[in-house]
Design a protein around this ligand. Structure first.
Ligand code: BEZ
Length: 255
């Protein structure tokens, strides 16, 4: 597999360093309000931690994820998980709801995502999701970008963090009625230090460097961020800003 994320999104390391992402999924699950027996697509299901909660509520769930390792992790939980790019969904009127917690900011072609979700839903079906919104991890990405520029390197553009106006507009143009959409500041306590977060979630910023130079960059960035993100309680907090929305599929997408 040529996509480096295939090696980087690994269920075991994710469970150790990224479990907080699914642990913080309760509000978006509540916004979805899954009902027994309805068909739900978990878009970007990762290792299936939230998919499992949807199943526990009685929904009939299919999870899709672009990482084969994550799909294997979800299947190991006994879930119906399939390897599929969220930008190339192939379902037709197959679900009452599409749910997504956190992966949408990796999908740089949101129009394709929204078109695929529209096709996947029955009319009146709901699309409920949370992703990084405008300003998400701005301090962390800013410090990483400065460290790369100082080395004559270019920062990646591998995530996008839209405003409510931007994503809401895309949803409306794609045939959805937006019931709610809002930015939610959520400084997030990390299970480890900021270096662990960078190596788990910011691999694109490390990729331009030879492996032996990465620890120095991570240490330099951690030092630069310490005054802003390291609390007097000894806990690192990531400067997360979530964008959470609930949208209803209309009869047909706008031309
Ligand atoms: C996030 O969940 O906000 C996030 C994940 C990876 C990179 C940047 C942000």
């Amino acid at each position: 597999m040529s996509d480096p994320s295939q090696q980087l999104w690994h269920p075991e390391s994710y469970a150790a360093r990224g479990r907080f992402v699914s642990d913080l999924g309760a509000p978006v699950l509540e916004l979805l309000d899954p009902r027994p027996d309805e068909r739900v697509l978990d878009l970007g299901c990762g290792d299936g931690a939230l998919t499992e909660q949807l199943v526990a509520r009685g929904a009939r769930v299919i999870g899709v994820d672009a990482s084969s390792a994550m799909v294997a992790g979800a299947r190991a939980r006994g879930l119906d998980a399939r390897m599929l790019d969220g930008q190339a969904l192939t379902f037709e009127a197959a679900f009452e709801a599409v749910f997504s917690n956190a992966p949408l900011h990796w999908m740089l072609e949101p129009e394709r995502v929204i078109a695929g979700v529209h096709r996947a839903l029955v009319p009146g079906g709901r699309f409920v999701a949370e992703l990084g919104g405008h300003g998400n991890v701005a301090a962390i990405h800013g410090a990483l970008e400065r460290a790369l520029i100082a080395r004559g390197l270019t920062a990646p553009r591998d995530t996008f963090f839209p405003t409510p106006e931007h994503y809401g507009g895309l949803l409306e143009a794609g045939g959805f009625k937006v019931e709610s959409i809002a930015l939610i500041p959520r400084p997030t306590p990390l299970p480890g230090d900021i270096g662990d977060w960078i190596t788990t979630f910011a691999h694109g910023f490390l990729a331009p460097l030879p492996p032996e130079e990465r620890p120095d960059l991570v240490a330099e960035v951690a030092l630069a961020l310490r005054h802003q993100l390291f609390g007097v309680d000894g806990i690192w907090r990531a400067d997360y800003m979530r964008l959470r929305f609930r949208a209803i599929r209309q009869e047909a997408a706008q031309p």
